[in-house]
Design a protein around this ligand. Structure first.
Ligand code: FAD
Length: 349
């Protein structure tokens, strides 16, 4: 993520002492990925004083020297200029060696295809263990970096809408979404406008058209590839990608003068009062090595689908013994996130 001068100043001046005071902020946003960044921007633009807490770090501020060293070597290896200088046989060997080093601390995270290009942006698996039933393995890729997964090298930057058949699937496995057709459209348009999405209008039912800031025509090469795909699979409908550059949402929020942001802040739980109302969050502050509590009447949980669910299930009180929101029986179900397709999974398809 690009750290502009306004955000840099906010990161340098946000201390835990200012945040502890009651009334210090109107809203807390947990996680500064795509969701949290936009939430912080919209809240700050609306005039609220916003505190953003992110478990990750700016890329230059990564703390673990093991991951930083691995990352430096990996990035050097991934640089095409360096690759041209190395004997061809050394490159695959070097990559295998690096993966082995990474496997010691990041056996799960190193299974993500882009891990090798920025290992320090992922959790250390030895510090963040999890268990699954033996017959239901799950590779939980967890980015911990200010800016979230959208800042990883290799991110596709492609953005599409869900269609009505995605929202009401007829595969006999997935539950329908509790949404009316078109209900999400104004929200999609708002985000697409902010992103300044570029692409083409495709007019196909399975991929609703987006709000485009720039319409693209296929280049000669793209046209040739699309024609070749159409010829090989006559029922297919090749389309151009719809893409956008990352949104500098936190920098925009910082420019309002109403943002505070703490990196290395691992939120543990949402703090609720006796009546069950949210009153803030508790986090482990890696910079000071202490537990810190901050208050606000509004908390936006944007730590990614699984991590947000984990935080809710750890946020227990006498009114929510199984975790905040668990009474609905929906906590931990109907999750949607980007999945990793591994060789093993492909074999099963
Ligand atoms: C390689 C790759 C390519 C992708 N390409 C595309 C694409 O082309 N198009 C697309 O639509 N999607 C793509 N995705 C998926 C997309 O990046 C994610 O769905 C999206 O970024 C999720 O955003 P988020 O804000 O919900 O979560 P995240 O981006 O995961 O952000 C969560 C944030 O919360 C922080 N956090 C985590 N735990 C805590 C905690 N306990 N306390 C405080 N902070 C915490 C993290 O540090 C992080 O900054 C891709 C994903 C990957 C990995």
């Amino acid at each position: 993520m690009r750290i502009g001068p306004a955000l840099d100043a906010v990161l340098r001046t946000t201390t835990i002492y200012d945040l502890r005071a009651a009334g210090a902020q109107d809203a807390i946003v947990v996680g500064a990925g795509a969701a949290g960044g936009l939430a912080a921007l919209l809240l700050a633009e609306a005039g609220l004083r916003v505190l953003v807490l992110d478990a990750g770090w700016r890329q230059s501020a990564q703390r673990s020297w093991v991951r930083r060293a691995t990352a430096t070597i990996t990035r050097t290896l991934a640089d095409p200029a360096t690759l041209r200088l190395l004997p061809p046989k050394a490159v695959p060997l070097g990559k295998i060696a690096l993966r082995s080093v990474g496997l010691l601390r990041q056996p799960i995270q190193s299974r993500c295809s882009v891990w090798g290009r920025m290992p320090e942006a992922f959790v250390d698996d030895r510090d963040c263990p999890y268990a699954t039933p033996p017959d239901q393995p799950f590779v939980w890729i967890r980015a911990r970096t200010l800016g979230g997964r959208v800042g990883l090298p290799g991110h596709g930057r492609q953005y599409y809408r869900l269609s009505s058949s995605d929202l009401a699937p007829r595969d006999g496995l997935s539950a329908p979404w509790p949404l009316e057709p078109g209900e999400l459209d104004p929200w999609y348009s708002m985000v697409e406008r902010r992103l300044k999405l570029a692409g083409a209008m495709d007019d196909v039912p399975w991929q609703p058209d987006s709000h485009l800031s720039r319409e693209l025509e296929p280049s000669l090469n793209q046209f040739a590839v699309m024609a070749a795909i159409g010829a090989r699979w006559p029922h297919s409908r090749p389309m151009l990608t719809r893409f956008a550059a990352p949104l500098d949402a936190l920098e925009g929020a910082a420019l309002t003068g109403r943002l505070r942001c703490r990196e290395g802040a691992v939120v543990r739980q949402i703090d609720v009062d006796r009546s069950g109302r949210v009153r803030g969050v508790v986090w482990f502050d890696q910079q000071s090595g202490t537990d810190v509590r901050a208050c606000a009447p509004l908390v936006f949980l944007c730590a990614s689908a699984l991590e947000s669910t984990r935080i809710l299930s750890l946020s227990r009180s006498s009114k929510a013994v199984q975790g905040l929101g668990a009474q609905s029986d929906a906590l931990g179900r109907y999750l949607m996130d980007h999945i990793v397709v591994t060789g093993l999974l492909l074999k099963h398809i």
